[in-house]
Design a protein around this ligand. Structure first.
Ligand SMILES: Nc1ncnc2c1ncn2[C@@H]1O[C@H](COP(=O)(O)OP(=O)(O)OP(=O)(O)O)[C@@H](O)[C@H]1O
Length: 261
């Protein structure tokens, strides 16, 4: 299903108002129909890259100072987050943002607003979300704030799906969730990718799960993309994961042996 490039990040630099340089030099591409994982230790710059992509950095007093982000061939850095959303670039922010006092279904419905879709289209989209996440169907009338962490994450993803993304961007969907719930979520993402052709960019600290489900991965260290390659090949390289992702102490990996692209 892989084809042309839907997202291209080139030489990206960014900083926050307090003048800390958050991104030094980040480059990668994502092909249409691909799942790409952005990996890196705490503070490596994953969230900053994702916010830059959706032009959300100005909202947190950050700015891109160099480089480019092209979504479907056009710069995202000059377009509003709302315009990008309408163009199919939809982001699920870190921390399972739901409207806590609304029901699960009302949360999902907010994701379909602003598209000018008919009632019938909205109803069909809602059914599709419930098909991807059957647990949400069972909890549709529940108040979101009273549902489990996993259900809140599914609600946040479901709301993003209601906006009909072409590229779904997720910031640490596994955060704070039990392993079985994380697996449920990644399985649903994989099905959305393989059955619906959805392109997915996912930032994760949980490299084991991300590398299990992604096609390719890019590793960030101190705000720079230092390595990218086939997810299976990266998963097999314990030394690389240990060195860059801080999972256990290791000697510097022999990166001279290139990974298959
Ligand atoms: N709003 C902000 N204002 C100032 N500095 C920030 C802000 N957000 C992040 N930073 C800094 O930018 C750098 C990159 O942070 P970022 O959140 O992008 O990393 P991350 O890889 O997503 O980490 P985490 O996994 O902890 O979310 C860090 O040094 C961080 O302290």
């Amino acid at each position: 299903m892989m084809g042309d490039i839907i997202l291209s990040v080139e030489g990206l630099k960014a900083r926050y108002a307090n003048a800390i340089t958050a991104l030094e030099d980040v480059s990668f591409t994502l092909s249409r129909g691909e799942i790409l994982a952005v990996l890196g230790a705490n503070g490596a710059g994953k969230s900053t890259v994702l916010k830059a992509i959706s032009n959300l950095l100005p909202a947190v007093r950050g700015q891109v100072t160099a480089g480019s982000v092209l979504y479907q061939g056009e710069s995202t850095l000059t377009r509003s987050p709302a315009a990008l959303l309408r163009a199919g670039l939809v982001q699920v922010l870190e921390g399972r943002h739901c409207f806590k006092t609304l029901s699960v279904e009302d949360n999902l419905l907010t994701g379909g607003l602003g598209r000018g879709a008919s009632r019938a289209e909205i109803a069909a989209d809602l059914d599709r979300v419930y098909a991807w996440f059957p647990k949400l169907a069972a909890r549709r009338r529940a108040i979101s704030g009273l549902t489990s962490g996993g259900e809140q994450q599914m609600t946040a993803i479901g709301r993003a799906l209601m906006a009909r993304p072409k590229l779904l961007v997720l910031d640490e969907p596994s955060m704070g969730l039990a392993p079985l719930v994380v697996q449920d979520i990644f399985r649903a993402l994989k099905r959305l990718n393989s059955e619906d052709g959805l392109s997915i960019l996912v930032a994760e600290q949980n490299s084991a799960i991300a590398l299990t489900y992604a096609d390719r991965a890019v590793i960030l260290e101190h705000g720079a993309s230092v390595l990218s390659g086939d997810a299976g090949a990266l998963k097999a390289r314990d030394d690389i994961r240990a060195f860059y992702l801080g999972q256990k102490p290791a000697a510097a990996p022999a990166v001279s042996a290139p990974l298959p692209a």
